[in-house]
Design a protein. Structure first.
Length: 422
């Protein structure tokens, strides 16, 4: 059944209408039908390791999910419904964020913060909060917070099994910060608010967290990505994904090109970037994270679907244009244009070559990061223009008016990367 599904995907890949029909069948019948669910559970392994930690930027976790759960018992649970809709800003909940800011950055005693007063009131009324049931226990708990903060500052963030327990005995190995993954890929805090606040204040950019519950819609999307990997034949998708819950999916391309490009970006706090043939948006995700304004142009209907879903999952805001770059009106001036492993496709026919030539001659850009094909990749007589890689670089440089050519590196497959500028 799965092989039949992949065969249909191959037939529909370039047809927008057929691709959308396939996706509808996949969602409504394969995933919602009890018969198909039972069948697929017998032959498919879960698309993730429920015990694996994922690494997350603490600043990306901004909301607390008000759903009663146990991060040990619920690890790997898949849950449908609206449980991921009840959210609030965890940093403002009962003044947690302001309390940690005031204490660790301004030196204000815990007892003078709104958060401490709230917990003290609850404990006095007979409740147990943060593991304390008396005012003295509460003070000891907050004293322990100071020790944890100092330990992270001195030694970096460590897993529970790596930390000596001051009370004797082992710490619970799985007692890490825990998140749920919502329907669109949002990372929602489930447990560990105090450690999360510390890591934010200390400026950490990556910490290991446990995943407790994943929304069923999100898991179905993960399965769609894995279907594409199987369709590709080698179990790999094209580019490494930036979402923490997808980072372990094998990819043919890692961050090598992005690291090279980042080292050679022109000066400017906010660059306007055009990514031609954006695929699933790998470069736009990275460049937006650096503060730049990106436009992703992609014509393949399947790529557009994943491009938009992944943009939503990462809460990105870059523009997505689902058309051929040749069918668009002038988009204005760009500081940077990315043309990575894409233009050589336009050498294959007279029509596409002429469209590319016209596009380059009208392009308003200061810099192009350009990646040509490899020697021997275009066989003689296979294309309308049989450019060698170096001749192709010369053509793009001359036609765009960006005649300064700088070889800045190569991808892992040895494809060279050039920076073209004035």
């Amino acid at each position: 059944m799965i092989d039949l599904k992949l065969s249909i995907m191959r037939a529909c890949k370039k047809n927008t209408l057929l691709f959308r029909m396939l996706r509808t069948i996949n969602r409504h019948y394969v995933h919602r039908s009890g018969r198909f669910k039972s069948f697929f559970r017998r032959i498919r392994k879960p698309p993730y390791d429920i015990h694996a930690l994922i690494h997350v930027d603490p600043l990306k976790i901004t909301r607390y999910c008000h759903y009663s759960s146990n991060k040990f018992l619920d690890a790997g649970k898949i849950l449908d419904g609206d449980w991921d809709r009840a959210l609030w800003d965890f940093a403002q909940y009962h003044g947690i964020g302001p309390a940690y800011e005031a204490h660790f950055r301004q030196g204000i005693p815990w007892e003078k913060t709104e958060y401490f007063a709230y917990l003290l009131k609850k404990i006095t009324a007979g409740y147990i909060h943060v593991g304390a049931k008396s005012p003295d226990e509460l003070r000891r708990r907050f004293s322990r917070q100071d020790e944890i903060y100092d330990d992270i500052r001195r030694n970096g963030y460590r897993l529970q099994r790596e930390i000596p327990n001051p009370d004797g005995g082992p710490l619970h190995e799985g007692d890490e910060v825990a998140v749920h993954v919502g329907r669109d890929g949002d990372l929602l805090l489930a447990d560990g608010v105090h450690r999360l606040m510390m890591t934010r204040l200390l400026g950490l950019r990556s910490i290991p967290v446990r995943v407790s519950i994943r929304h069923a819609h999100w898991v179905r999307f993960v399965e769609e990505i894995l279907d594409v990997a199987r369709y590709n034949g080698d179990g790999h998708i094209y580019h490494q994904l930036t979402h923490p819950d997808l980072a372990a999916i094998p990819a043919s391309h890692d961050d090598t090109r992005m690291r090279i490009i980042r080292q050679h970006l022109p000066n400017g706090e906010k660059l306007r970037v055009l990514d031609i043939g954006a695929h699933w948006g790998h470069f736009c995700h990275h460049l937006e994270a650096l503060g730049h304004d990106c436009v992703a142009v992609e014509s393949d209907p399947q790529h557009i679907y994943f491009l938009r879903k992944l943009r939503l999952a990462e809460n990105r805001h870059f523009a997505v244009i689902g058309k051929s770059i040749f069918d668009l009106p002038p988009l204005g001036h760009f500081d940077v244009v990315l043309a990575l492993n894409i233009f050589y496709h336009f050498l294959k026919t007279r029509s596409s070559f002429e469209k590319m030539t016209r596009f380059l001659s009208e392009l308003e850009a200061d810099h192009i990061f350009f990646q040509p094909h490899l020697t021997g990749e275009l066989l003689p007589g296979e294309s309308f223009k049989d450019f060698t890689p170096t001749a192709f670089v010369d053509f793009v440089a001359q036609t765009s008016g960006l005649r300064k050519q700088t070889l800045i590196g190569a991808d892992t497959d040895q494809r060279p990367i050039y920076l073209l500028s004035k």
